[in-house]
Design a protein around this ligand. Structure first.
Ligand code: NAP
Length: 561
């Protein structure tokens, strides 16, 4: 029976894993290489080899309501999107509140994780770790790998002829980038338009002589600020929207998304329009379009080659006098401490059962937590994974037999191939609500919305039409939290709280009525319309020829009727 659990890493996934172990009565020991918690989100002045590194100005791109641990909301006065220092503050509050620190061995590096000789009967692991040069070993009943996947910079120097041989300027990876101080007056080429590339290009454009942003595939850009100033993810990541998305043909959904993206700015005019699937690449950046509009950032295609001081691009253009190239080309990951038989499986999240469990272990006593790219908060996803994993370890939830795990993995890979996406494309983002509900079903904590409409309609309205916050997975089942209902009902209040720093009249009441009308009324109307369109179109368009209706023109009814 599993009792002692080794947790590798004390970032957000590691902290959640310690807490979940404690909730299930397991004994966690967390090994953290550095001297503090926070992982990726703990800023350091210089990048250290093998450690995560963020830049000084980085701000989350998912909002506080959507990113919190499910039974520990952010303080209501925290801003909606958080600077790394505020997020770290929150982690410290979480660790303190649940007394997690005493389970962490700091400055301890895990060197190896190997199956114990009796693994097939006990499922145990031999772990070797090093603290201040001293090597020790111990046997654990189970292992949670929470060491993150942004530690190894991907620096594709060989993909750019002339860079190493001819280019005389400086180059660095975004992993090394801290701030714009040393870029004053320089001509900078940022390679890669992911979230890092977008942020760095915008920041540098304030001090550099010129910034070029080169993108190979293009990207959609969304603002953190959505309709009426509410956080983007709170407005769009709703069960209602998810229903509409699964209900509508994907071509129609594609068109609706394009329309939404174009409403802010035309991505083709700004040189950013993606060449591949619309779901593949979306970055969150509030200022990039404005920087492009003002000429402070100039978008370029992929680089063909470098000469001594210039970059030649695929469209035949050349930019001379490039001083610095910033490779914002992403990250790779590895788990060097795992024994080869397990490490080879963990090279891709798509080879793991529900991105967590290596499928062919005789005992399910090793799990990877947080190896995720979601269309919502990774923190929330990791915490839910940890809840499931600890219950599997404890024997409260069971995994299907290995052949079914393999079949599930194969089916998902097949689905990707069908969509034209290779399973190697690590940045494919999985649908947030779909994934959360899938894991929640395994744990037994997926809210039953229909039942909720009968039992608690006020809450059900928020759960269905409002943002799908992590607290929704604390309403029922194991780990049910008594504060979840209130947290959900007060989410809009907590969103507005840090903004209400200059209240001049009582228009707040009016605006909250409008907010409700907008959040609930319009989607409900749309929902009803779609259902009518699908099942009784003549009710909606009694005398109108279907093909000529405005809704048909918008593409809503394509295929379905
Ligand atoms: P990323 O999302 O992997 O983006 C890397 C970019 O580099 C892509 O645009 C990719 O282009 C390009 N690239 C890679 N190899 C290339 C090559 N050989 N030639 C040309 N282009 C190449 O990496 P990231 O932006 O560093 O982000 C890493 C993770 O951190 C992501 O999950 C991101 O969301 C997160 N992040 C979050 C924040 C925030 O919360 N504010 C900020 C920064 C990063 P293709 O699309 O053509 O492959």
């Amino acid at each position: 029976m599993v009792q002692r659990v080794a947790i590798i890493g004390a970032g957000s996934s590691g902290l959640a894993s310690i807490k979940c172990c404690l909730d299930e009565g397991l004994e966690p020991t967390c090994f953290e290489r550095s001297d503090d918690i926070g992982g990726l989100w703990r800023f350091a002045e210089t990048a250290e080899a093998g450690r995560f590194s963020v830049y000084r100005s980085v701000i989350t791109n998912t909002s506080k309501e959507m990113s919190c641990f499910s039974d520990f909301p952010f303080p209501e006065d925290f801003p909606n999107y958080l600077h790394h220092s505020r997020l770290l503050e929150y982690f410290r509050m979480y660790a303190e509140h649940f007394s997690l620190l005493k389970y962490i061995c700091f400055k301890t590096t895990v060197r190896s994780v190997r199956k114990h000789p009796d693994f097939s009967t006990t499922g145990q692991w031999d772990i070797v770790m090093e603290t201040n040069g001293k090597v020790a070993s111990a046997i654990f009943d189970a292992v949670m790998v929470c060491s993150g996947h942004y530690g190894d910079p991907h620096l594709p120097l060989d993909s750019f002829p002339g860079l190493k041989k001819h280019f005389k300027g400086q180059y660095l990876h975004s992993w090394e980038y801290k701030d714009s101080a040393s870029f004053q007056g320089k001509r900078v080429l940022v390679l890669g338009a992911g979230n890092s590339g977008g942020d760095i290009a915008v920041e540098l454009s304030r001090v550099a002589a010129q910034v070029f942003l080169s993108t190979r595939s293009g990207t959609w850009v969304a603002s953190r600020i959505s309709d009426h100033g509410f956080p983007l993810d709170m407005i769009f990541t709703t069960r209602f929207n998810n229903c509409v998305e699964s209900f509508l043909p994907s071509a129609v959904m594609h068109q609706l998304k394009l329309k939404k993206f174009r409403a802010w700015f035309d991505h083709a005019n700004y040189g950013l329009i993606p060449q591949k699937s619309p779901n593949l690449m979306l970055i969150v950046n509030d200022e990039l379009p404005s920087c492009i509009l003002c000429g402070a950032v100039v978008v370029k295609p992929n680089v063909l080659e470098f000469t001594e001081n210039a970059a030649a691009f695929e469209d035949g253009t050349v930019e001379e006098n490039i001083d610095v190239v910033v490779f914002a080309t992403g990250y790779t990951f590895s788990f060097p401490f795992l024994e080869e038989s397990v490490r080879s499986v963990c090279r891709s999240k798509f080879s793991l059962y529900k991105y967590i469990f290596p499928p062919s272990l005789e005992k399910p006593t090793l799990a990877v937590v947080g190896l995720l790219e979601l269309t919502g908060s990774i923190m929330a996803g990791s915490e839910l994974q940890a809840r499931w994993v600890t219950r599997v370890f404890k024997g409260l939830n069971r995994l299907p037999p290995a052949n079914r795990l393999m079949a599930d993995i194969a089916k998902k890979k097949q689905h990707l191939i069908k969509q034209g996406l290779s399973s190697k494309e690590s940045k494919i983002k999985t649908n947030y609500i779909g994934y959360m509900d899938e894991i929640a079903s395994c744990v037994g904590v997926k809210p039953n919305v229909l039942l909720l409409f009968l039992m608690d309609p006020k809450l059900a309205l928020e759960v269905f039409f409002g943002p799908c916050t992590p607290c929704q997975y604390r309403l029922t089942g194991p780990g049910k939290w008594v504060g979840a209902r209130n947290t959900i009902l007060n989410q809009w209040h907590r969103t507005l709280k840090p903004l209400r720093t200059r209240v001049i009249d009582d228009s707040s009441n009016r605006s909250s009525v409008f907010q409700w009308l907008r959040v609930l009324g319009l989607p409900a109307l749309l929902c009803a319309s779609l259902l009518i369109c699908k099942y009784s179109p003549q009710l909606w368009f009694p005398r109108v020829r279907l093909g000529a209706s405005p809704i048909c023109k918008m593409g809503f009814m394509k295929g379905g009727l």
